[in-house]
Design a protein. Structure first.
Length: 354
């Protein structure tokens, strides 16, 4: 099972998270990328816990509902995985061909993956030769527990779908960010600046720091919108569902102390990742944070993060960079929830990999 490249150009992206299922299908022409089909279906709380499927019937039904809504043109799927089931390492190896590395990768992986090699799906991608070390190249190594991927494949097959590509959420995040122009290019001989791609979901933060146009650091951290819901629940002494509704529909009524506690936790998690990155790249600090995910819908989140961390930040919306048929889709709604769709859109772009 490949973790990077698609086997077919006819792919739709399915992103299954703790809160719901997102389905995206794109088309491509000389004019650019266009939205072809779309659905977003909520899942019951605890149907997915820490990326493990707990209620397979609920997930299967959610997939069926998403297919009914979107009516995609294909049943071949690109799937995203993340969290503690995924191990991603950037390693340095002597320069060799992809064919040669395929024969050596399991030996290399055995040194970096804390699981038995027979228990994981394994893949790699050569980033290129190291500029400061001739004869050496940078390689991204990715491994995911077989049981996690197999469980997702099973519920997909129960909905009549076939998994053709499994990708890591942090890579899909990078893929979409490139399409949106959120990763700056060097100009006038200057180096690219380091940017942090921060996707904040319900209970998981995907972090991908890009330096000089290449992945320099990736990490998944368990923190997100559910932490804010729990703070609201405690502060207002209401049920979890009532707190979730207040967060989404009446945010202006939320006690600022609950919001502040959430931001203290959130920025602490982001700083932890920035510190890990800086340990090896202290001479090239992150200069901008590109914010996406469900939490990007929180009013003024970019302003809060920028003020608390002292790093410029902005919320991105992939639908600003896609053609959307106004007769087929609710454009205003898509603009409203666009930042939630960065990972599935990056995943859908795998169908156009050469």
């Amino acid at each position: 099972m490949g973790l990077f490249s698609a086997e077919s150009k006819d792919l739709m992206a399915i992103d299954i998270s703790s809160t719901g299922i997102k389905l995206i299908e794109l088309s491509h022409s000389r004019a650019g990328y266009a939205l072809k089909s779309f659905a977003m279906v909520p899942l019951p709380r605890d149907a997915i816990v820490e990326n493990m499927i707990i209620d397979s019937m609920a997930v299967s039904q959610g997939l069926i509902d998403a297919l009914e809504q979107a009516k995609p043109s294909t049943r071949q799927v690109a799937l995203a995985v993340s969290g503690n089931a995924v191990i991603i390492k950037s390693i340095s190896l002597p320069t060799m061909t992809e064919f040669m590395l395929e024969a050596e990768i399991e030996v290399e992986a055995d040194q970096h993956v804390p699981y038995d090699i027979d228990e994981v799906y394994l893949d790699f991608q050569i980033l290129g030769e190291k500029e400061d070390e001739p004869g050496e190249m940078d390689v991204v190594l990715a491994a995911c527990k077989r049981e996690i991927v197999d469980d997702y494949q099973l519920v997909l097959s129960e909905a009549g779908l076939t998994t053709k590509c499994v990708d890591c959420s942090v890579f899909a995040l990078e893929n979409a960010s490139e399409m949106m122009g959120a990763i700056p290019k060097a100009t006038d001989g200057e180096e690219d600046q380091a940017v942090g791609l921060i996707n904040i979901g319900a209970n998981l933060i995907n972090v991908n720091i890009i330096k000089n146009g290449k992945m320099a650091f990736v990490r998944d951290q368990f923190y997100g919108g559910q932490n804010l819901t729990e703070e609201i629940q405690k502060e207002h002494n209401i049920s979890y569902q009532a707190a979730e509704t207040m967060k989404k529909e009446r945010f202006h009524e939320v006690n600022p102390e609950a919001v502040d506690r959430f931001y203290v936790g959130l920025t602490s998690e982001i700083v932890r990742s920035l510190d890990f990155y800086a340990a090896n790249h202290g001479d090239h600090p992150v200069q901008h944070l590109s914010i996406s995910g469900g939490c990007a819908l929180i009013p003024d989140i970019a302003v809060e993060i920028e003020q608390r961390l002292g790093i410029s930040a902005s919320v991105v919306n992939p639908f600003d960079h896609l053609k959307v048929n106004k007769r087929k889709f609710d454009v205003d709604y898509l603009k409203e929830i666009g930042s939630m769709m960065v990972v599935p859109i990056g995943l859908a772009l795998r169908g156009f990999d050469k």
